[in-house]
Ligand binder design. Structure first.
Ligand SMILES: CNc1nc2cc3c(=O)[nH]c(N)nc3c(CCN)c2[nH]1
Ligand SMILES: [Zn+2]
Length: 370
């Protein structure tokens, strides 16, 4: 995997992340395809909007249909019909946020499936074995995503576990010699000293890229911003930096400003299904009665399929009828809005205009449509 920085603007940077299945222009957004699908979209639609990489989840695919099934079919790219790069998260977060009856020991995590209550145990080695079977291009280490709030001594113990698990993931991965990449994950909660300790330990082990985990888990925004501001510049400059689970485009702007390259979040897709749409004039809740007879496009500045062909009145009607097409048209627009935002942001960095871009967009992103 090659990571080539093209241009810097302060700490912000644009780069090319070259994988064997294609190039990713960073800063990049990864739509979330948890069960192997970006909900309501075909892979062709995701690709035609302009996305180069999607995220999928080890936890979900291991539980259903099973990683051996996917391997027999020909791997995750064949299974979901996405030929571009795929990043798989390791399960650390999903077990913590979805499963029940979790028992965390130094060996790994015992949990009950959120689907059928069956008992499972995943160790760091198993998390890598599953990702190798899936055949994703970028794998994540198996970590403990510390909940918020958490006592400092709990976090101190947890980063030791996350470090030991990261070492075991790398050792297991190195014995398999597959041509996949492995990213490390930095934890440490909202404690600056523990964040620096975790950073040093994970970087010392050495990975193809580094993620900041343990954020966007309910902590105050100012804590997230402080951790990103303090940790990001200390991360290896020549490797991709991935802020997990982020996020709201305001948070993306703050993170890119400090040098983050990769993002993933369910916001554009989940919000679309709930009728919350992002537009160049602020956020719109399409179900509002004010749009009942509105024959104008959702966003006059947007040239996505939805904005070119439908009115707010029809999008509201579809939502009120809970039509499947509502989810599709809303998702097309929100994903398109995110993708174009990232494209414009990359251009602004390349032209040394990131600060102007941030100043121009912050008020728009904070606004509800009036
Ligand atoms: C929505 N907020 C959020 N915070 C995360 C932290 C971790 C985290 O600390 N570790 C891992 N492995 N994944 C995380 C994820 C999942 C990313 N798709 C997070 N998502
Ligand atoms: Zn649109």
């Amino acid at each position: 995997m090659q990571f080539k920085i093209l241009k810097k603007d302060g700490f912000a940077r644009t780069a090319l992340l070259e994988t064997k299945r294609g190039v990713i222009h960073t800063p990049a957004f990864m739509p979330v395809g948890t069960n192997g699908t970006v909900k309501a979209m075909t892979p062709e639609e995701v690709r035609d909007i302009g996305y180069e990489i999607i995220l999928s989840n080890t936890y979900h695919l291991y539980l259903r249909p099973g990683h051996e099934t996917i391997k027999e079919i020909g791997g995750i790219h064949r299974f979901i019909n996405w030929q571009g790069p795929i990043l798989t998260d390791s399960g650390g977060f999903q077990i913590y946020s979805l499963a029940s009856l979790r028992k965390i020991t130094s060996e790994g995590v015992e949990f009950r499936s959120h689907i059928d209550g069956s008992l499972h145990f995943i160790s760091p080695e198993r998390a890598i074995e599953i990702q190798i079977a899936l055949g994703s291009d970028i794998m994540m280490v198996f970590d403990e995503c510390v909940p918020y709030p958490a006592e400092k001594q709990y976090v101190e113990k947890s980063i030791k576990l996350t470090k030991d698990w990261a070492e075991r993931c790398k050792n297991y991965f190195e014995k398999q010699r597959t041509n996949q990449s492995l990213f490390g994950i930095i934890q440490g909660g909202v404690y600056d000293d523990l964040r620096e300790k975790s950073l040093e330990e994970i970087v010392k082990i050495g990975f193809d890229g580094y993620a900041i985990g343990g954020l966007s888990v309910g902590e105050p925004k100012e804590d997230m911003y402080r951790v990103v501001k303090n940790v990001t510049p200390l991360m290896p400059e020549d490797k991709p930096r991935y802020l997990m689970g982020v996020g709201d485009l305001i948070d993306v702007l703050h993170a890119v400003e400090h040098g983050i390259d990769m993002f993933d979040c369910v916001m554009p897709t989940r919000n679309a299904r709930n009728g919350t749409l992002f537009t160049s004039r602020g956020r719109i809740s399409i179900k509002r009665s004010e749009f009942k007879d509105d024959s104008t496009a959702l966003d006059p500045e947007c040239d996505c399929y939805t904005c070119r062909n439908y009115t707010k009145a029809f999008l509201r009607h579809l939502y009120m009828c809970r039509e499947i097409l509502s989810m599709r048209l809303n998702t097309i627009h929100n994903l398109y809005f995110y993708c174009k935002f990232f494209e414009k942001m990359r251009t602004a960095i390349a032209e040394g205009r990131f600060q102007d871009f941030k100043k121009e967009w912050l008020p728009v992103l904070e606004k509800n449509f009036s």
